[in-house]
Design a protein around this ligand. Structure first.
Ligand code: CU
Length: 127
């Protein structure tokens, strides 16, 4: 019994340590400025939204009807791009290193979130 308590404490300590490591990693991302200039060509998209540190960057984008938007997961965990209402945005799981592309055909305001991280939200304005 004592031994299993010790093991549980050890696991909690390990989890806390890795959580702190993740948090400290939030501020180590460099080169964000150049990102939107370089990636659209790679993905042939008008806009690229990065997923990193449990956030979408940028959180809000404005596009024209018919434009492609690509979400790139540069995080260490899986994310989704899921409409708050309706199914305009309904990605499958986007693993680290993977991307999801969507073409917006109709004007509107499309709020979305990640299924795994409730605080991870964004919006695409098509006009
Ligand atoms: Cu997520």
């Amino acid at each position: 019994m004592k031994k299993s308590n010790y093991l549980i404490k050890l696991c909690v300590a390990a989890l806390l340590a890795s959580a702190m490591f993740l948090v400290s990693g939030c501020y180590s991302t460099n080169g964000q400025q150049g990102y939107n200039r370089t990636y659209p060509t790679a993905y042939n998209s008008a806009y690229v939204v990065r997923m990193a540190d449990i956030h979408y960057y940028p959180k809000k984008i404005v596009v024209n009807p018919g434009q492609r938007v690509t979400w790139v997961n540069q995080d260490r965990v899986t994310h989704t791009v899921t409409s708050n209402r309706g199914y305009e945005l309904d990605s499958v799981n986007i693993a680290p290193g993977q991307a999801y592309t969507h073409v917006f055909s109709h004007r509107g305001v499309y709020y979305y979130h990640c299924r795994f991280h409730p605080g991870m939200v964004g919006v695409v304005i098509v006009r």
